[in-house]
Ligand binder design. Sequence first.
Ligand code: AN0
Ligand code: CP
Length: 342
Amino acid sequence: MKVFQHVTDLGDLRTALAEAQEVKRDRYQWQHLGRNKTALLIFFNNSLRTRLSTQKAAMNLGMNVIVLDVNQGAWKLETERGVIMDSDKSEHLLEAIPVMGSYCDIIGVRSFARFESREDDYEEKILNQFIQYSGRPVFFMESATVHPLQAFADLITITENSQTLPPFSLSGKEGGKSIKVVMTWAPHPRALPQAVPNSFAEWMQTAAQEGLGIDFVITHPEGYELDPQFVKGARVEYDQMKAFEGADFVYAKNWSCPGVTRPEDYGKVLHDYHTMMDWCVSARQMAVTNDAAFMHCLPVRRNMIVTDDVIESPRSLVIPEAANREISAQVVLKRMLETLIA
Ligand code: AN0
Ligand code: CP
């Protein structure tokens, strides 16, 4: 694997999920793969889980790891070609990227949506330059439009906590009842990217289409429609309570306006959050589910996205979900190392 961006980069999902369980059984059995190999993790934005879990995954594989926080100690980087560089930016991305590539074997990059131009964000202008100019395999640690390490960890978590999904069904057989997974928008005071919901939708709908036994529904207020390239025809239900009926998994996340129907609203919070608080996931909505498990990628703002009692309940999976970030990252790094060595 040379790039990890989309669910398709992983190939067959059943195989990838089985590999995740193999990693979980003994995560230290491939230490030879990473010997004298260096992972460079580049952060343009804050992180707790991605930073720690990806370092841990690389170390499990015997790799050396270098972490760079671009905004803390590195030169400020210009990203536009053709500008006269007389501002506070001392270095251009076009030099910085190949230089960074020269010190490592694999690069991970976190670079969120900037919300300056929908086109630039949705073309993945920054990450594509890393792919083009680093000379190294590149994995996305949340880009402008996707967060595939999160979505993979989420899928692993859902399969582990379902009794009907392959390859972990108790009976060991496929063809049982589908599970209902609902992704709900929830209020937040600031504009957040669409990367997490985009990837979650892409991965869930692909899993559904690959016959893993998932019925996937998205619910959000009107105006927050996600880009169709990620929704892939999944059902959208604007009535949150209706969407929650019979749900087995509830996945909460805020996102700002994706600008699909009104490009001028891209990256905006469309309503004063005080008026949207009935979208906060509470016991009221959970009561109509099939005793659903609660999920969120974290970090989460309590009593905005989800109430204390729901996130603290025994049905909350937020901690095992975060723990699975180590596993998703290790499968990805392992596959990249295997490609390098082959
Ligand atoms: C980020 C987001 O919503 O994309 C990262 C989530 C993993 N969240 C915040 O900026 C709070
Ligand atoms: N879920 C996630 O990616 O968390 P961090 O932003 O802390 O890395």
